[in-house]
Design a protein around this ligand. Sequence first.
Ligand SMILES: [Zn+2]
Length: 141
Amino acid sequence: MICKNCGAEIADGSTFCTQCGAPVQQEQPQQPQQPVYTAAPAAQAPEGKPILILGILSLALNSIPYVGWIAGLICAIICAKKVKAYLAAGGQLTGAAKVGKILGTVGLIVSIVMAVVWFIVIIVAIIAAVGAAASSSYYNW
Ligand SMILES: [Zn+2]
């Protein structure tokens, strides 16, 4: 007979496949196949850990300037999406998911604030440089 799990040839009457170890269902032609009542798959509790990991990652990346803020922002966005999916799947916002959501939110805020602050700093620096160049040329002409 043939194993239904891996397709290996196995001895008739075996209860387990010698190749993959899967239990072998004996063919019982004289009896109609008993309907197998498998419990309806319980709504799987969604995993809160990825949210936590993304939240930590977002915050950790934010400690790295520039590239880190962008990466942290991306992580924070993915984290927020995971939270949404987690809640949609019936997950409770407790434990790892809750902490992850908070960290992800903080990461998002830090990324945006850092990017905005440094954007302003760079703009101010450019204006100052242009102003300095303009005034020096004014005094030097
Ligand atoms: Zn097998």
